[in-house]
Design a protein around this ligand. Structure first.
Ligand code: AGP
Length: 609
């Protein structure tokens, strides 16, 4: 995955692009590059490294011009080298392009172009597009792009400039996100909203196989056949402050702390008169909703963990059978579904390729698709039958935090909505359960004030190489999520298990070097059993970190370290227990000298298979 920003207007393009690219760095940070057009010449500067490093290496004086394209890369085809960094150009350096996606038929196109005499400078799939446009150039960059794109198979978000037509910025999209930012005497293209929000909040979402032609005073979007399209301008209501670090050292920490606010906003207007009020957001009739007799939740990564918690909620309270599937597996099976099956797709970015493909597979099979999405206007948002948004605001840190807890909140709301519809719970019970939900933001504030204690506990990981995370019931997915967070940002090996499974294998790993994180909150189900597991770990000299319910003396006597969460309903405890695990991962990463916002090899949204 990569990030793109392009500009056309009256201002110098390069400083704007550097600034915008920094907001897209979560999309890729192995190299970066810029191209401006000045005096009918393309000026290119690019190098390997994070944007801040590349910024130091390039010379802005050699990048003047009021039109430009830029790119931060997360490599797919071709190693991390200066030659492979974008922009890429044609033989004569007349056409310059930046690309996010994968050109699947690039080798055959490259072979044909080489036969025709084109010379290639990189080993990327992208460069082929520049040569293909050059090959079809007959005085119109727009026309040449259209002809070239008809020959391309795969995914792309493209920014294109041409030295011979310095008054035009071209953008095109297929399966990779790209937006247009409409300003006053200036226009932008970008992979994501935060890159341009400081300059404009008027945004057009490009759809697949659409090409945009921008000048400083105009924009036009056409389909691949050159037919002009009427596109809606959306007003983005995010505050650009939200996309900044607001004084925190890292986005991850800022986003962890934003959770009480994110939850409050996700609840806003959705609870009325003791009931869940989301009917207007659902594009399904009462009859369709009442007929749902099976739910399959599809997602990847952290969103898959929230799906597992959702399964617990929906079965326990709404009494609807639920299955949870990795989107990547679901899409290649032949799932047995019908129009009484509801597919719930969960995605922060709304762009995860496997989740999107799974949605398409489900729709082909007549299922109804409800998505839980954070990024409005994303592909999953647009392709789903109904969408319930998480109002977490832009999540920039690669490790998902506030998106996760707000997903759990939406799943809980949907569960109680369905419980009312299916009459599995009465009005009094639902209103009591919603009352507890409303308390969560304040309880989370209190929990976040324990940060220093968690920071101290993180120090025990300094010389450790492994960790186990154990939980049961609705907290089993949180154990998985705790382990994933630690892996992602600290590169420590960590595994999540249902606590009872410990005896079936993982117990062999326990010795004095193994920190074991137990989610041991009080409940009427398995609390005592989890205590038994803690004894077993202690008997083998393991280090026990327990996430427990406030006032639980028994756990504090047993565990080496305990972190307390405020009392809440068992089913809601998962939303609180996730928080100390996020902080633990964050501080372990810092202790190991790592940047939690830019974990190696990872990118924020996985838009390729
Ligand atoms: C979370 O910390 C990860 N970076 C990753 O697992 C992520 O949750 C996954 O790629 C799914 O992304 P999505 O929610 O944007 O679809």
């Amino acid at each position: 995955m990569c990030g793109i920003i392009g500009y056309i207007g009256n201002r110098e393009a390069a400083p704007l692009m550097i600034e915008g690219l920094k907001k897209l760095e979560y999309r890729g940070y192995d190299s970066a590059g810029f191209c401006t057009v000045s005096n009918n010449q393309t000026l290119i500067q690019k190098d390997v490294g994070k944007i801040q490093e590349v910024e130091k290496k390039i010379n802005l004086n050699n990048l003047n011009g009021n039109i430009g394209i830029s790119h931060c890369r997360w490599s797919t085809h071709g190693g991390v080298t200066k030659e492979n960094a974008h922009p890429h150009t044609d033989c004569k350096n007349m056409i310059s392009i930046v690309h996010n996606g994968i050109i699947e038929n690039f080798s055959e196109l490259k072979e044909k172009l080489m036969e025709k005499g084109h010379t290639f400078k990189s080993s990327t799939d992208t460069e082929v597009v520049a040569h293909l446009i050059e090959d079809n150039y007959n005085g119109s960059i727009e026309e040449a792009t259209r002809i070239a794109l008809r020959q391309i198979e795969g995914s792309y978000a493209l920014g294109i400039v041409c030295a011979k037509e310095p008054q035009k910025l071209i953008a095109a999209r297929n399966e990779s996100p790209l937006i247009l930012g409409i300003g006053k005497e200036e226009n932008f293209i970008a992979s994501d909203v935060p890159a341009i929000l400081k300059h404009t909040n008027r945004v057009i979402y490009l759809e697949n196989k659409e090409i945009a032609i921008l000048t400083k005073n105009s924009f036009e979007v056409k389909n691949i056949d050159g037919i002009s399209l009427n596109k809606k301008i959306n007003n983005i209501d995010w505050d650009s402050e939200l996309a900044e670090k607001s004084g925190y050292d890292h986005f991850m920490l800022k986003e962890i702390h934003e959770q009480p606010r994110a939850i409050t906003e996700t609840l806003n207007g959705r609870i009325k008169d003791g009931k869940v009020s989301i009917k207007e957001e659902l594009n399904f009739s009462d009859e369709e909703l009442e007929n749902i007799n099976r739910i399959i939740i599809i997602a990847c990564g952290t969103s898959w963990h929230s799906a597992l918690a959702g399964e617990f909620m929906l079965e326990e309270l709404a009494k609807i059978p639920v299955e949870v599937e990795y989107a990547s597996e679901f899409r290649y099976r032949h799932p047995i579904i019908n129009n009484n099956t509801l597919i719930i797709a969960i995605s922060q970015s709304g762009e995860t390729a496997d989740t999107l493909a799974a949605i398409r597979e489900a729709k082909r099979n007549d299922a109804k698709v409800l998505s839980i999405v954070n990024a409005k206007g994303s592909s999953i948002d647009r392709e789903s039958d109904s969408v319930l948004y998480t109002y977490a605001g832009p999540e920039i840190g690669v490790a998902s935090t506030k998106a996760f807890t707000t997903q759990l909140v939406v799943l809980y709301l949907f569960t109680l909505f369905m419980a009312n519809l299916k009459r599995s719970l009465d009005y009094g019970k639902i209103s009591e359960l919603l009352g507890k939900l409303r308390k969560l933001p304040l309880q989370m504030e209190a929990l976040l004030s324990e940060e220093n204690r968690i920071k101290k506990i993180a120090e025990i990981y300094k010389d450790k190489t492994n960790s186990l995370f154990l939980g049961r019931g609705v907290n089993f997915p949180i154990a998985l999520e705790g382990a994933l967070k630690l892996k992602e940002v600290s590169y420590l090996h960590a595994e999540g298990y249902p606590a009872a499974e410990m005896k079936h294998g993982p117990i062999a790993l326990i010795d004095k070097n193994m920190p074991v994180v137990f989610i041991a909150t009080k409940d009427d189900y398995t609390y005592k059993k989890v205590l038994g597991n803690i004894y077993e770990v202690k008997a083998r000299n393991g280090i026990v970190i327990a996430i427990a319910t406030e006032g639980d003396e028994e756990v504090s006597k047993l565990a080496d370290y305990a972190i307390y969460i405020p009392k809440t309903l068992y089913i809601l405890s998962s939303i609180l227990t996730a928080v100390p695990l996020q902080l633990l991962a964050y501080y372990v990463a810092l202790d190991r000298g790592l940047d939690p916002d830019k974990p190696r090899n990872l990118s924020k949204s996985v838009v390729v298979e």
